[in-house]
Design a protein around this ligand. Structure first.
Ligand code: TPP
Ligand code: SF4
Length: 267
C-alpha cells in the first residue's frame, strides 16, 4: 500500500496557499500511519478549526472536523468509546494552545492513547493572522502590530509537564525525522505529542520579513538546535539563545495510559 492511497483525490484541489507547510506535515503523518500497516476502517482523524485542522477532510478514513479548540475532547470521546480504533489528531497552535489549552493539558494528564500532530505556524492562519500563544516575542501579527511583547508558550514543555508519554519537535524542513517521530508516537501507548514548525507565507512570513517561502524554512532550519546539543550547552554553562527551537525526541516514558484496548483473557 502507498500512503498516497490515504488521500481523498476527490477533495482536491486543497485550500492551502502556495508554499504552505501544512501539506508536508500531512504527508509525513500519512507515511507514518501507512508504515504501521493500519487499516483505514480502524483509523480515525480528528481536528478542530483552522487551516491545519482542515487536514482530516483530505484523508480517506472516518474523520471528525470539530469545533475550534475541541479536537482533543472529541478524540478522547472516540478513543474511550472505541479503544480498538487508532486516533490521530491534527491541530494548530491556536486551536490547541489558546481556545483548546485546557483540553490539551488534561488530555496529556490523562495520557490518553492518541497521537497529536500540531502544525505550529506561530500565528492564526485561517482568520487572517492574529497573534497566537506561540507567536515569538517581537513578531508582527494583526494583533501585535508593534511586535509581540509576550513570551511564547513552549508546547512541548507544556505536554511534558502535563504528563504525555511521547513528545517530539521537528519542522517542515526535517521531513524524515518528522515521519520517524510520528511513527514512534503512533507506536507509543499514551498521549504522543509531535510539534511540527511550519511556514505560513501568507500570514506569518509576509508580515515578518520572509520574502520567499524558502526564507522562512531556512530561518527555522538555522534556528533549530538538537536537544543533545542544547543539553551539552547547558552542562557547559552556556546560555541557550531564546530564539532557538529545541528539536528532537524530548520525552519518551511509560506512564499509565488511558484508552488502551483490554487484552483478551487467556483461554
Ligand atoms: C469558538 C470559535 N472562536 C473563534 C473561531 C475563529 N477561528 C477559526 S480558526 C481560528 C484560528 C486558527 O488558528 P490555528 O489553530 O493556529 O490554525 P491555523 O489556521 O494557523 O492552521 C479562529 C480564531 C471559531 N471558528 N470558533
Ligand atoms: S494562511 Fe498560512 S497556514 Fe493557512 S493555508 Fe495559507 S499559508 Fe497555510
Amino acid at each position: 500500500m502507498s500512503f498516497n492511497e490515504w488521500l481523498r483525490q476527490d477533495r482536491l484541489p486543497h485550500i492551502y496557499c502556495a508554499g504552505c507547510g501544512n501539506g508536508t506535515i500531512i504527508n509525513c503523518t500519512l507515511a507514518a500511519v501507512d508504515s504501521m500497516g493500519w487499516k483505514k476502517e480502524e483509523t480515525v482523524f480528528v481536528s478542530g478549526i483552522g487551516c491545519s485542522s482542515r487536514a482530516p477532510g483530505y484523508i480517506v478514513t472516518d474523520s471528525l472536523h470539530t469545533t475550534h479548540g475541541r479536537a482533543l475532547a472529541f478524540a478522547t470521546g472516540v478513543k474511550m468509546a472505541r479503544p480498538d480504533l487508532h486516533v490521530v489528531v491534527f491541530t494548530g497552535d491556536g486551536d490547541l494552545a489558546a481556545i483548546g489549552g485546557n483540553h490539551f493539558i488534561h488530555a496529556c494528564r490523562r495520557n490518553i492513547d492518541i497521537t497529536v500532530v500540531c502544525m505550529n505556524n506561530q500565528i492564526y492562519g485561517m482568520t487572517g493572522g492574529q497573534g497566537s500563544p506561540t507567536t515569538p516575542r517581537g513578531c508582527l501579527s494583526t494583533t501585535t502590530p508593534y511586535g509581540c511583547a509576550e513570551p511564547a508558550f513552549d508546547l512541548c514543555e507544556l505536554a511534558i509537564a502535563a504528563g504525555a508519554n511521547y513528545v517530539a519537535r521537528w519542522s517542515s524542513y526535517h521531513v524524515k525525522e518528522l515521519e520517524r517521530a510520528v511513527k514512534t508516537g503512533l507506536e507509543t501507548p499514551g498521549l504522543s505529542f509531535i510539534e511540527a514548525l511550519v511556514q505560513c507565507p501568507t500570514n506569518f512570513g509576509r508580515r515578518n520579513k520572509f520574502k520567499k517561502v524558502s526564507d522562512q524554512i531556512e530561518y527555522i532550519k538555522a534556528h533549530s538546535l538538537l536537544k543533545a546539543k542544547r543539553d551539552r550547552m547547558l552542562e557547559q554553562g552556556e546560555a541557550v539563545p531564546e530564539d532557538m527551537y529545541v528539536i528532537g525526541e524530548l520525552m519518551k516514558r511509560s506512564r499509565p495510559a488511558m484508552g488502551i484496548p483490554k487484552k483478551e483473557a487467556a483461554p
